[in-house]
Each structure stands twice: as C-alpha cells, then as structure tokens.
Write a protein that binds this ligand. Structure first.
Ligand code: ZN
Length: 476
C-alpha cells in the first residue's frame, strides 16, 4: 500500500519536473513554495557590449544563471571563476580569476519559457567567505539576483529605463567585493582574543604552550583533519636551561605539489604581543580558515613558529629549516613571513637577497607579490633587501633561515622606514616603536590610531589571499 502511494508520488514529481528542484531543497521541513518565473526580455549590456544571458524575472527582480554571467564577465576587471562542490551544496567563486567553463556548460542559452521557481538553499562562498545572495532553482539550475551578485562580486548594475536595458559595469569606480570588505575581520577577532586571553606568550612557558593549543584548536574547528596537522616539538637553550617549544603546522593540498610556506611566529615578549606577532598569526589563521575547502593552485603549508623572540633569533624557524631535505627545499616556491603588520604607519613588502658587494638579487618573488598588491589597489611599498649592517626589520624574523637556504622569501611588515635610525624600528611617527614596548596593546593602538589595526589586517589578508590563489607561476 505504502509502496504504491510512493510510486504515485514519484510519478507525479517526475511529470511536473519537480524532482530535481525538490532534491535541492533539503533540510527545510516546510514544503517548498513555488513562484512564477518569467523569461526576461530586456537586453543586457556588459560595459556597453550586448551579451546573451538567460534570465528570469521573479517577483519583480532579475535572476541570472551564474555561469552565463561568469562567461560574460570573463576578461574584465571583475572576472571570476566558479567551482561547484556538490557534496557540500556549495558554489565557490574566486574573484579576479579567469572563468573556466564547466564540462556541462557549453550550451548556448535556449529559448526560455515560463517556469516555476523555488528558493535554493545552495551556499555561495566568495573568496571563501559566505555571500548574502538570494537564489532560485528552476529546473535544477540556480539563478541569482543580479543586484546582490553585483554587490558580492564588485560590479555595478543599473537600469536604463528609456532603452529598457540592464547595464552591467565592470570598470570605473573601484567596488569592493563582499569578501574583500570582510578581509581581516576574522583576523581582528583573533587579535582581540589574544589581547584578552593570551598575553606574555614567552617562549618555553606555559602561556606559549596555551597559545599553540589555541591555534591547534582553531585549525581543527576550521576542518583541518589530523593528517593535515603536525606539531613539531623542539628544545632550545636559554640561560643554561633547556626549554621546549613547538611549531604548529597545517597543510592544505593544492593542484600542484609545489609548496608555498606561510609563516608567523606566535610567541611574544612580556607584553600583550598583539602587534608582535598576534597580528601576523591572526592573518595566517584567517587564511587557513578561508582556504581549507577551497581549490588552490599551489600546496600551502601554514606554519606558526614557536620561540622567535630572544637570542638566538627565530629558533622555531631554524629548527624547521634544519629538518628539510634538499628535495623538500627545492620544492618550496615561496616563503611568506608576516611579523608585526598591524600598527605601523606604512605597509611594506620586503624581498630579494642582499649581497656583500652591495647589490640585491632575486627580486622576482617580491616583485610578483607587489604586482598583486598593485592589482588590488593596495598602497604597499616594495623594499628590496636592506644592508644587514643596518640591523633592519628585514633581517630580524623567521624568514632569514629560509633565505639562507636560497628559498625565495617575502617578508610583510608595517612600520615607518623614514624614521631613522632604521635599527630602532620606529614604526610610527606618533609613538615610535610599538613592537617590544608596552604600547604593543590593542587598547593603546586603537586609541592612538583609530581604524588602523582593522585596515592593516584587511590589506595584508587581501594580499595574502590573492598570493595564495594566484594561478600564475611563481618563478624567475
Ligand atoms: Zn616578531
């Protein structure tokens, strides 16, 4: 009896073509409610050029097929690529990447007829961040509200009433995507947590261990599996004592085996250490979260180094580099180190190798990163490696051990190199040096430089994200 009824229901669903839409609307107990979708008749111009887009008007708003739009915007400043994650019912958009057509997306828009639409519950992630975009499912395909897509992806939508045309603009005023607006937001929350719960993360102490445990638990929450995480313990000597510290490592597999290492140390001296280096570690944590389920061109190893502070410098990084085989070193295309990036007057990108004859070589990596920053409209300054005798910031953090092995390095730091002497690292005109002073405190930084912490974190997060998702080759 029950089976018979089931068969009738199935037949009915198949007859009215609802099965595919019904399968999308899982989870909700309420029955799906259908609304009419009318094929759209108005023409669409992208930067003045007419394009063929299949679209529907649903309750007064225009809804477009995402792939049509991807194809139409390909080659413009606002181009994007689309990845479908069926298992997670998630659509992933990568901004600024060329559109790649899916195998099943070759057909030209067909003559549309009036249809029934049902709200879709597929998730849309833009650069790893959820975007608030309404979508309807028609015949198993998702259609998105054009204006909301414009906000999420940074293109302009307007209506030429006289000509009855929809205008899409990808040039002109710089619009931020919703993900760009959110870059650094998660990092700032980590910084707040560090300020309130994890000050004085002195190498070898329980507090440093607590900080490492916190990082590990955040990575686990993000979805890193046990086989993607590694804790590398090491010993170091201080004042005749043997102390312990750890490097916390998270691996994200990419399309290529070639590896980019992203590093930030998580220990501090006896202050809050939000600048040095809560700021760098927080941006790296945000990146690990954003990229955990995203397809990336290069494999990425996020390393949170222990015991950077004190003498000798960067003991965690030194230990890590010592464990690498020659083949493993050869496999690293780039090392990006973030240290003290939140409160300085200016945003710097350091790179290149300083040679004893005064020349600087191997500038290609930093030049490539600077190009990405320029493309994003970020006002970052390229600093070729400085003379080590200046005791500059470029020679005082974890990347130096990678550099010594001829691994291409880029070092991100915010400060003010116009304030001399450079060796004093006067990061700000107003307060001088922030790192290694008691001004390394989020309250002091916010009071003296309102909005700066968020801005620096957002800019460096945006840069790092695009460095890690860049599909161009990193090479000389
Ligand atoms: Zn530091």
């Amino acid at each position: 009896m029950k089976r018979c009824l089931m068969a009738v229901v199935l037949a009915f669903l198949l007859l009215c073509g609802c099965l595919s839409t019904a399968s999308v609307s899982v989870g909700g107990a309420a029955p799906a409610s259908y609304v009419p979708a009318l094929p759209m008749t108005s023409r669409v111009l992208v930067d003045g050029e007419p394009v063929d887009l299949q679209a529907y008007n649903i309750q007064g708003n225009n809804y477009f097929k995402l792939r049509d739009l991807g194809a139409a915007l390909n080659g413009t400043e606002k181009q994007f690529d689309i990845l479908w994650d069926g298992a997670e019912s998630t659509i992933r958009i990568l901004t600024r990447q060329p559109y790649t057509a899916a195998a099943d997306a070759g057909s030209a828009p067909s003559e549309a007829s009036p249809e029934e639409a049902v709200l879709s519950n597929a998730t849309l992630l833009v650069d790893g961040m959820p975007a608030a975009v309404t979508a309807y499912n028609i015949d198993g395909l998702n259609y998105f509200k054009l204006r909301e897509l414009g906000t999420a992806l940074g293109f302009e939508v307007s209506w030429d009433a006289e000509a009855g045309r929809i205008l899409i603009g990808t040039t002109g005023t710089e619009h931020e995507t919703s993900a760009e607006m959110q870059f650094g937001a998660a990092a700032y929350q980590y910084v707040e947590y560090i300020q309130n719960h994890l000050p004085s993360r002195i190498a070898g102490t329980q507090r440093e261990k607590d900080a490492g445990d916190y990082i590990l638990s955040e990575l686990e929450k993000d979805g890193y599996a046990p086989d993607q995480l590694e804790v590398q313990s090491f010993e170091f000597q201080e004042d005749g004592q043997t102390l312990q510290s750890r490097n916390i490592i998270a691996d994200k597999k990419g399309q290529s085996e070639k590896l980019i290492i992203v590093g930030a140390h998580y220990d501090s001296i006896g202050n809050h250490g939000v600048e040095d280096n809560g700021s760098g570690l927080s941006v790296v944590l945000e990146m690990a979260a954003r990229l955990v389920n995203q397809q990336v061109p290069y494999s990425i190893r996020f390393i949170f180094f222990g015991a950077e502070e004190g003498r000798p410098l960067a003991k965690g990084a030194a230990y890590y580099v010592k464990t690498l085989s020659e083949a493993e070193k050869q496999n690293i295309v780039l090392m990006v180190n973030l240290d003290s990036i939140m409160s300085g007057d200016k945003e710097y990108i350091f790179g290149g190798r300083y040679r004893s004859n005064g020349t600087v070589t191997e500038l290609w990596a930093v030049e490539q990163v600077k190009q990405i920053a320029d493309g994003l409209g970020l006002d970052m300054l390229l600093v070729p490696a400085m003379d080590p005798s200046l005791d500059a910031p470029s020679d005082r953090s974890d990347h130096v051990y990678f550099m010594a092995e001829d691994i291409p390095c880029v070092f991100l730091w915010a400060g003010n190199l116009e304030l001399l002497p450079i060796s004093e690292l006067r990061q700000t005109e107003k307060l001088g040096k922030i790192l290694h002073t008691r001004n390394d405190d989020l309250n002091v930084i916010n009071e003296n430089f309102p909005g700066r912490a968020q801005e620096r974190l957002a800019n460096y997060a945006a840069l790092l994200y695009h460095v890690l998702t860049n599909t161009e080759e990193y090479s000389e």
